[in-house]
Design a protein around this ligand. Structure first.
Ligand code: FES
Length: 80
């Protein structure tokens, strides 16, 4: 059975915003894309940059360290 942990309310994140939260010791990146909410690991697969501190445009976040881009709704690499 899944355990749910409340880390934020929907009003804590406006459309186009993202933030990092801690869930039982793990950093998780939250994204609000037009009031749809997504959660991914905060760790960029390139070199561990903080995805939750990246630039969010539509449903694509750009890692702040080297600019790799990911779709937040699939975590698929979106090209450079
Ligand atoms: S660590 Fe994210 S692009 Fe390099």
């Amino acid at each position: 059975m899944a355990n749910f942990v409340k880390v934020a309310g929907t009003s804590d994140l406006k459309p186009g915003e993202n933030k990092v939260v801690n869930v039982n010791g793990a950093e998780v990146a939250l994204f609000n894309v037009d009031n749809e909410f997504f959660a991914t690991t905060n760790i960029c697969p390139h070199r561990g940059g903080p995805l939750g501190e990246g630039f969010l445009e539509s449903d694509v976040v750009t890692c702040p360290w080297h600019g790799w881009r990911f779709n937040v709704n699939s975590s698929r690499h979106s090209g450079l």
